[in-house]
Design a protein around this ligand. Sequence first.
Ligand code: CUA
Length: 332
Amino acid sequence: MFNFPLWPERASGIAGNVDALFIFLLIVSGMMSLLIFACILFFAARYRNRPNVQAEQIEGSLPLELTWTIIPFCIFIVIFLWGAVVYFQERTPPRDTAEIYTVAKQWMWKFEHAEGQRELNELHVPVGRDVKMIMTSQDVIHSFFVPAFRIKQDVLPGRYTVAWFRATKPGTYHLFCAEYCGTQHSGMIGTVVVMEPAQYEAWMSGGSTGPLSVTGEKIFAELGCVTCHRSDTEGRGPNLQGVFGKPVQLQDGRTVTADENYLRECILDPGAKRVKGFQPIMPTFQGLVSEEQVNALVAYIKSLSAAKPADGANSSAESTPQSKQVQGSQVN
Ligand code: CUA
């Protein structure tokens, strides 16, 4: 069964679970189809029209109706629970993942590793390592689809979406765009190259512009962000040290988590979720920074948080000071 040719290769930790559920659905559907066809044939023969036989009306049967209600109900509940478990596995990135920022555009995939390596339509990952894709689009909706990993995730303009996988088998796998995105949608393909850790290290040590967070720090200085976002409490903007993954009190009374999407929104639309205690003086950087630069800035701000949370989900609820926003733990 493992080499069944109709199946794509299983090359990620979750592929087996997805396939098991799929096979279960196939078997249940197949058995139901057979049962229904068998019943049709049997009843057609058994109750066919015969001369001198009067049809007998049946007014209902409680045991029969209970049976065909309860059995399907149980089967559907199994499908639902099983599906939910697989879904949450697939949707919840573990802690301590390798992060790869992805920008989709008509019609290509741009990848940037946290260590600074950039790639086009080709993604190199090590085997056995959890990898988190932080993805956005420069134009329209695309979808990141790697059949061998059994993952598919829409990639949207204007926000980040996340997908994760752990490759289990070295090799080269197809990457597709799975959302019609214009004329050359079908050409928006690439490869994922899964390498042995040693090979991957060698590949990684090749030409790089330096870690993404360092690129981000440079952009942070160039754009003058650093003049307001100082690393003390005197800045006109919030101090960004240790902010990532922490709750932030907003001017309008809401509290949000400073995850990737929040940081991104603050750069592109600073007025939308203004931090409590600060004036609306930050200009928007919409149109001034590319998606890649936003990614670098986000990576930099994340690097300012000493104990790096896996994502926004596990923020420790610290007491947030009333007047001055988001003071988190300082980086040592
Ligand atoms: Cu991008 Cu289809």
